[in-house]
Write a protein that binds this ligand. Structure first.
Ligand code: PR8
Length: 469
């Protein structure tokens, strides 16, 4: 892929994922193909969250006085909020914000709902659209002004320890989710100056797009008691005392779909993990004049059999060249193709072609086994996609000993650089400026004896830097 940005825009259009021609900057239309990918992606995420969260749905509008209550939070979002000022011709008494995120919509209600320690923990999530007037360069699915697929979870707990545990749980939830999609990531604790407005600390997931720049694909925030104090969310302990709750929130967005597209795609186009592919299998008849009805009939039956076993399959019976069909389904990312010709039927075989391996494979055709055979190939495709993407991701994470080395590696390859850092804010910001990168965050403690690559003082953490989206 020579120019990722160009490739990405082309594929969104060619594979009919979204239409970017909507006449508002940063707002796009999901087309049927894209919408299906989005739907199946959300299905996976919801299944994981539903295990111990309740799904809810809050209003889109937030009164100005609620949004303004949490000073640090509102400061962080003040340049990004869209305002509703009129109802028809009437100017509203109070401006209403289009939610940029829903803390200030939800927490006044949490204050009404949380009563006793028996109400805790409380874990809610919603998938909604949020609006952020982004001033940086917008890009479809990557930096949008209407985030159409904003999954946000909000939890309340009785103790600091429980909230910290929930942060770890949420990190595990997102790991499970990204692993299913074969999206590789690093998890870091964001530096103080880059944490969520109002949070005690922020854990973030970053992946790498093919141009070597990182994309933040999910964040998990420990909110401590900041919002609980602002919105008066208290509970009665077993002993009858009244305490503020501890809170966390975590979320992700359309960027997940951008990552799936970017990470697995190639020169031939999209390559979708079977779990989220609108069609997991496409059947292509190879017909010559003679015996063509027999082939069509066989394909129809095969489609029926696979469908009845829950496989998303499509029989492409259009009267066009098979080669054209191959090209088109490959571009649309279908993970598995099955070709059927008269000779195959006679030999009780079908030909399978995986999107990740161009060689054909001859599979024995037994009607009672074929669905299982196909499922096992699809599972193998999923595994292979994850192995491949992690392997190339790991190759792009480089450890350095000096600032010069960091600078050289970044300008040569981009990617992620790991190094020893003292943890000091002024030093971190200086380093970012010197070599024009962002500190993603810290990954943990470092062995004694290491020094900070910027200031030379003892290093406290392993930190990561990258060029970021
Ligand atoms: C929260 N509150 O809001 P966060 N376009 C696409 N994706 C975006 C954009 C954008 N303009 N801005 C952010 N994201 C917390 C947690 C409720 C849930 C994605 O956190 O502001 C990023 O992947 O960090 C980000 O990690 C995620 O939304 C959550 O946004």
């Amino acid at each position: 892929m020579t120019d990722f940005s160009e490739w990405f825009h082309n594929i969104l259009e060619e594979a009919e994922i979204i239409d970017t021609r909507y006449p508002i900057k940063g707002m796009h239309v999901w087309l049927p193909q894209g919408f299906k990918i989005r739907k199946y992606t959300l299905k996976i995420l919801k299944e994981i969250l539903d295990e111990d969260h309740e799904e809810v749905l809050f209003p889109l509008l937030i009164p100005e006085n609620e949004l303004a209550k949490e000073a640090i939070h509102v400061k962080g979002f003040e340049t990004e909020v869209y305002w509703v000022t009129h109802g028809g011709l009437t100017e509203l008494n109070e401006k209403l914000a289009l939610r940029p995120t829903s803390e200030t919509a939800m927490y006044p209600m949490f204050s009404l709902w949380v009563r006793s320690h028996t109400d805790l923990p409380m874990k809610f999530y919603q998938v909604v659209n949020t609006f952020r007037y982004e001033t940086r360069h917008t890009r479809p699915l990557i930096r949008v002004r209407e985030i159409t697929t904003f999954e946000e979870a909000h939890t309340a707990h009785a103790s600091r320890e429980d909230a910290a545990k929930q942060v770890e749980n949420a990190v595990e939830i997102y790991k499970t989710f990204f692993n299913i999609l074969g999206i590789p990531y690093v998890v870091t604790k964001r530096p103080e100056w880059d944490k969520f407005p109002g949070a005690d600390y922020t854990m973030a997931f970053d992946t790498l797009l093919p141009d070597g720049k990182t994309l933040q694909i999910a964040t998990v925030h420990n909110l401590g008691q900041t919002f609980a104090k602002t919105f008066d969310i208290t509970y009665e302990t077993a002993e009858g005392a009244h305490e503020y709750v501890y809170q966390t929130c975590y979320g992700l967005s359309d960027r997940v779909i951008a990552s799936v597209i970017g990470i697995h795609g190639d020169e031939a186009g999209l390559f979708l993990p079977p779990e989220i592919a609108p069609y997991q299998v496409v059947i292509v008849p190879i017909i010559f004049k003679k015996g063509s009805e027999e082939v069509m009939e066989f394909c129809r039956n095969l489609e029926k059999t696979l469908k009845s076993k829950g496989i998303r399959v499509h029989f492409d019976d259009r009267d066009i060249r098979a080669g054209k069909k191959y090209y088109e389904w490959e571009m649309r990312g279908v993970p598995l193709r099955i070709d059927v010709g008269p000779r195959d039927i006679a030999n009780k075989k079908v030909v399978t072609v995986r999107r990740d391996e161009k060689e054909k494979e001859i599979v024995d055709f037994k009607p009672e086994n074929i669905a299982e055979d196909v499922k096992s190939i699809l599972d193998d495709v999923t595994r292979n996609m994850g192995d491949k993407s992690w392997k190339s991701f790991n190759n792009e994470v480089r450890s350095v000993e000096t600032l010069e080395e960091a600078s050289e590696k970044i300008s040569k390859y981009n990617g992620i650089i790991s190094f020893g850092w003292c943890g000091d804010e002024a030093c971190g910001k200086e380093l970012e400026e010197k070599i024009n990168v962002d500190i993603l965050g810290i990954q943990g403690e470092i062995e004694d004896g290491n020094v900070c690559i910027n200031c030379g003082k003892p290093a406290k953490h392993v930190a990561l830097i990258a060029k970021t989206y």
